[in-house]
Every structure is written in structure tokens, then in C-alpha cells.
Design a protein around this ligand. Structure first.
Ligand code: AMP
Length: 199
């Protein structure tokens, strides 16, 4: 399975990405996690990435592509990928599409998880009080939601026009969201999604 989870912060793409990976056998690739790991490494690149993440700004496209591409290529070669948080800009989407086309591993579906802004904010503030991620504080959360709307939002029409976007209501308990995603994927044309991948 080759899938992208497209969702604003707080919609649950990390949780759903892990579940879909376990369900399908494809590898879950969480862009934020890979970039956080890179940010923890010593050196100027790590510090640069950490600064973008702390502000809630997107890391520049070229850095993201350099970090993410090897992971995606490797996953594509062994069972597929569930992309979580990448691509997040139109230039990332076109670069990823070109690479995937060259390798014959293009996206089969984009799952768009949507929820009202106040639900997303509440969830992120709840997570802040539990997990304590540096970018889960009120003003950075507001900024991340604005960045999402301005920069990542345009990917919804981009993938809709390409006929591969399925929208799922993320304002439900996690099990219901998972069930809705699985039902939506199972209903896709078999030519796009081999049944063996989704059993
Ligand atoms: P996430 O864990 O998906 O919420 O991402 C946390 C942060 O990592 C974001 O606020 C960005 O700073 C950075 N990030 C994650 N994915 C991307 C991406 N595809 N492009 C640019 N920055 C990203």
C-alpha cells in the first residue's frame, strides 16, 4: 500500500498512521518524527531544523526532501509506505510525485483527515499537558494551524483533481476514524489498490 495521510495538526495522523501500517504491512513514515530525530543530531543542520520546528514553521522543502526521500524509497522497495506529514507543500508534492513516477511507486490514495479548528486546538493543548512537545504551546499551535491552512491546505484540491483523495471525518473516537479509513480504502478500485494489500 502507498498512502498519504493529509491532515492538520491534531487530527490524529500519527495514531492512524501507526494503525494503518500494522493493518497493511506498509511502513509508517512520520515526517515530523524524522525531522525531530535529525534536529537532535549535533551540527548546524540539526539546529536549523530544531529552530523551524520550535517556531511551528515548516522546514524548508530541500531539507525535508533530503531527509525524507531515502526513507520513502526504502519503504517503497519493501511493502509500501504510509506517509504522515509529507508532502506538506505543493513543491514537495510535485518533487515527490516526480520521484515516485520515476521509481514506479506513485501514491494510490490520499486520506484527508478533517476536524473543526476548535477540536484540533483542544486536542493539541491536551497533548501539551501530557507529552510536552516543544511546539504544543498555545501561540505555536495557533501558528501551526495557520501555516497548515495557508501552505498545506492547497494540497486538498491538488489531490482531489488527481482523483486519489478520500475525506474522512477525524472528529470521532480513534477506532471509528480507523474503521472509516479502512472502509474508504477497501472501496477503492482494485486496479488502484491490490486486495492483498488491504486484507
Ligand atoms: P508534525 O509532527 O507532523 O506535527 O510536524 C512537526 C513539525 O515538523 C512541523 O511543525 C514542521 O516544523 C516540521 N515538519 C514536519 N513535516 C514537514 C514537512 N513535510 N515540511 C516541512 N516541515 C515539516
Amino acid at each position: 500500500m502507498r498512502l498519504l495521510l493529509l491532515a492538520p495538526p491534531g487530527a490524529g495522523k500519527g495514531t492512524q498512521g501507526e494503525r494503518l501500517a500494522a493493518w497493511s504491512g506498509a511502513r509508517h513514515i512520520a515526517a515530523g518524527d524524522l525531522l525531530r530525530a535529525e534536529a537532535r543530531a549535533d551540527g548546524a543542520l540539526g539546529r536549523e531544523i530544531a529552530a523551524y520546528q520550535a517556531r511551528g514553521d515548516l522546514v524548508p522543502d530541500q531539507i525535508v526532501l533530503d531527509v525524507l526521500t531515502p526513507a520513502v524509497v526504502e519503504a517503497a522497495a519493501c511493502g509500501g509506505y504510509i506517509l504522515d506529514g509529507f508532502p506538506r507543500t505543493l513543491p514537495q508534492a510535485t518533487a515527490a510525485a516526480e520521484l515516485a513516477a520515476r521509481l514506479g511507486v506513485t501514491l494510490q490514495a490520499v486520506v484527508y483527515l478533517h476536524a473543526p479548528q476548535e477540536v484540533l486546538t483542544r486536542r493539541l493543548l491536551d497533548r501539551a499537558s501530557q507529552a510536552g512537545r516543544a511546539d504544543d504551546v498555545a501561540d505555536v499551535i495557533r501558528h501551526r494551524l495557520r501555516v497548515y491552512a495557508e501552505t498545506t491546505g492547497p494540497l486538498v484540491p491538488y489531490y482531489t483533481e488527481r482523483g486519489i483523495l478520500v475525506a474522512v471525518d477525524a472528529d470521532q473516537p480513534p477506532d471509528s476514524v480507523t474503521a472509516d479509513i479502512q472502509a474508504a480504502l477497501s472501496a477503492l478500485p482494485l486496479t488502484r489498490l491490490p486486495t492483498a494489500d488491504i486484507e
